[in-house]
Design a protein around this ligand. Structure first.
Ligand code: SF4
Length: 319
């Protein structure tokens, strides 16, 4: 039987960002240099495929430092950690490597700078996300106020509107965050903000690329994990633009083919924690069922490089 034609609109940029490639490289190089096991506090990136691949090489993922034995290296994940975590590692004389993305570390430094200047800090972000826990943990407990929505921004009470600053999580919806910032700036005209916005280049570019395909696509698959903030935001951005059949899929095996019935134009993208091999797997699964033509829609190209920690060699990585 002839296969039905399917045009795949492939968003670009998509998938891995420089921060998560660096984090994975840190684990791989640590395994080579020190030998297994290497402990990692929290999933190094929010992707089971990546985590299981590293586990097979000897990485051990734990949620708490108390689970890390003496005399083995421990790595902190790309999302960043509260200050008490490296302090605890030091007090136990653990050898640790920090794989926090430099763009998350930049937000941590902003929080510290505002505290030094006497500003009360508002963080725009999602409660419970590891990055938010890490950023709030840069200042003493209770020092940072969290805003998750426009309603929160309207309701928040501050100590002094003249001594106020905001920072944001790096992986938020660009448009939703702009709305929250508008509310804060209306209510507190003297609020200080970041010189260059905190939402990272990878999040911004992937959302722009999704916007470029969402209106043309009858359905859209975002390859990514349910606990990946930037993957979830990509699905939301596509739905907001009218692509109701925008879905998150972790692997090809998770695709709901009945939901794609009758679709002739399918958008595909991937969150910053999803490797390209999983995008290829999804495209291969489409080829088994459809006569596929691929149109890659590129909104920008990326050439961001982050250094590795000195102890692992500083060779720059690019995305
Ligand atoms: S999504 Fe952005 S902030 Fe997060 S690791 Fe990637 S580059 Fe860094």
């Amino acid at each position: 039987m002839d296969k039905a034609p399917l045009i795949i609109l492939l968003a670009s940029p998509r998938g891995f960002c420089a921060g998560l490639e660096r984090a994975i490289e840190i684990v791989e190089r640590a395994l080579c240099k020190f030998g297994p096991p290497v402990y990692v506090r929290h999933e190094i990136v929010h992707n089971r495929y990546v985590v299981e691949g590293l586990e097979a090489k000897g990485a051990v993922f734990v949620e708490n430092l108390t689970e890390v034995p003496e005399n083995v290296p421990v790595i902190f994940s790309a999302h960043g950690v509260p200050k008490h975590v490296p302090a605890e590692a030091k007090s136990r004389h653990l050898f640790y490597l920090d794989a926090t993305c430099p763009l998350v570390s930049k937000v941590h430094r902003e929080a510290e700078r505002h505290e030094r200047l006497g500003h009360q800090v508002i963080l725009i972000g999602h409660a419970g996300h590891p990055e938010v826990i890490g950023t709030m943990g840069q200042l003493p407990e209770g020092a940072i106020l969290l805003v998750e929505s426009v309603e929160d921004a309207e309701a928040i009470q501050v100590d002094d509107p003249n001594q106020l600053a905001f920072i944001t999580q790096t992986t938020l919806s660009v448009d939703d965050t702009a709305e929250m910032i508008d509310v804060l700036q209306r209510r507190f005209p003297k609020i200080n903000g970041p010189k260059k916005e905190d939402i990272c280049y990878a999040t911004t570019n992937r959302q722009q690329a999704i916007k470029a395909i969402a209106q043309d696509a009858e359905a859209l698959l975002v390859v990514g994990a349910p606990n990946s903030s930037n993957s979830q935001r990509l699905v939301e951005v596509a739905r907001k633009l009218g692509c109701d059949r925008a879905m998150l899929v972790q692997r090809a095996a998770n695709i709901d083919w009945t939901a794609l019935k009758g679709v002739s134009r399918l958008g595909i993208s991937a969150g910053a924690s999803a490797p390209e091999v999983l995008v290829e797997e999804v495209i291969s699964a489409c080829r088994e069922r459809f006569d596929v033509t691929i149109q890659e829609i590129t909104v920008t190209t990326e050439n961001v490089q982050f250094k590795l920690p000195k102890v692992l060699g500083e060779t720059a990585l690019s995305a």
